[in-house]
Design a binder for this molecule. Structure first.
Ligand SMILES: Cc1cc2nc3c(=O)[nH]c(=O)nc-3n(C[C@H](O)[C@H](O)[C@H](O)COP(=O)(O)OP(=O)(O)OC[C@H]3O[C@@H](n4cnc5c(N)ncnc54)[C@H](O)[C@@H]3O)c2cc1C
Length: 290
């Protein structure tokens, strides 16, 4: 196996262009090393950990920018993230064990493109973009288009993710990430639900609602018909119940060793109902009307 430790983004990108599908990027290695042990070894490994310019969290003109090599633990301990993007903080906080959070990177989680990847549903509702470098230059790929299927993204084998760009949500919005797993944070999500809700100026209606679902389709998805059922409506219990039912119908789960499709839909409905109530309370300080 050929092994490289590029020192610059340009060097890494030219290695990916040269080796194409034979090359595998390794960041924290918490997915790659497990695959190498239990599945197959790539013929070329490109370790990007020696590129110092790829680990940072910074606020910049209405955006939070997170470098691809930023460990999940740094996101969890960042006061900037906790204050400006509590949704991302919550997802980082519920991510695996401390040891894994210290090693796993945000970029590795995104590029792994696992339907149950913890950071994906939150980044989808935050309408983040993936900034990637190719040998032909830089591209900004919206999260709504980034995922093609399990393990597949628009980056293909030649793109290097460098940054996640996230527009800061309105200050009066409320958000929540709920993960359902048998062993809590130590387990891969059976279902993940991310909600971002912005009330109208009067604090009675939902002006903007975004609901992201993880582990219930080949890629993370937005529960579009549930969002539509809420947008512009007064936040009453019957409206929330209807939205939760629609979210369950928006999900396209499979049955596997973790849970049946039917059980996953039921959890989506329960978590969406709970998530909407919590996000509304976080935004307005009020309970959903009866
Ligand atoms: C015990 C254990 C528990 C886990 N628990 C969770 C959990 O609770 N939630 C969860 O979401 N995940 C979990 N995972 C999965 C894993 O930790 C995450 O997916 C992690 O974020 C991967 O990051 P990494 O830096 O280790 O990626 P790596 O393993 O280095 O890479 C992952 C993939 O991304 C590609 N890649 C990495 N960086 C780039 C880049 N900059 N550009 C292009 N491609 C890139 C690699 O080629 C590879 O395909 C767990 C894993 C283990 C072993």
């Amino acid at each position: 196996m050929d092994y490289f430790e590029p020192k610059t983004i340009r060097e890494a990108v030219s290695l990916l262009a040269r080796y194409g599908e034979k090359a595998k990027v390794i960041a924290g290695g918490t997915d790659v090393l497990v695959d190498m042990k239990f599945k197959e070894e790539p013929s070329c490994l490109v370790n990007i950990k020696r590129i110092p310019a790829l680990s940072y969290i910074r606020e910049d003109d209405g955006f939070l920018r997170v470098g691809t090599l930023t460990p999940i633990r740094e996101i969890e301990t960042s006061s900037l993230v906790r204050q400006k993007l509590p949704l991302l903080w919550e997802a980082a906080h519920q991510f695996a064990s401390l040891q894994i959070r210290n090693t796993a990177t945000i970029g590795g989680n995104v590029c792994r493109a696992s339907p149950s990847g913890e950071m994906l549903a939150p980044l989808l509702v935050l309408e983040a973009s993936a900034v990637a470098r190719f040998s032909r230059g830089e591209k900004k790929l919206p999260f709504g288009e980034l995922f093609l299927g399990p393990g597949q993204t628009l980056l293909g084998s030649k793109g290097l993710l460098t940054e996640i760009e996230i527009a800061l949500p309105p200050e009066r919005s409320g958000s929540v990430y709920l993960k359902h797993a048998v062993r809590g944070a130590m387990d891969i999500a059976m279902v993940g639900v991310a909600v971002l809700l912005t009330p109208d100026a009067g604090g009675k209606k939902a002006k903007d609602v975004r609901i992201g679902l993880g582990a219930v389709a080949p890629t993370p998805i937005r529960a579009k018909s549930a969002e539509k059922a809420l947008r512009g409506k007064a936040m009453a219990r019957a409206v929330v119940e209807e939205a939760a039912r629609r979210a369950a119908a928006d999900a396209k789960p499979i049955t596997d060793h973790r849970a049946s499709a039917e059980y996953r839909r039921w959890i989506v409905e329960a978590l969406t109902r709970k998530g909407l109530a919590q996000a509304w309370k976080a935004a307005t300080g009020k309970e959903v009307d009866r």
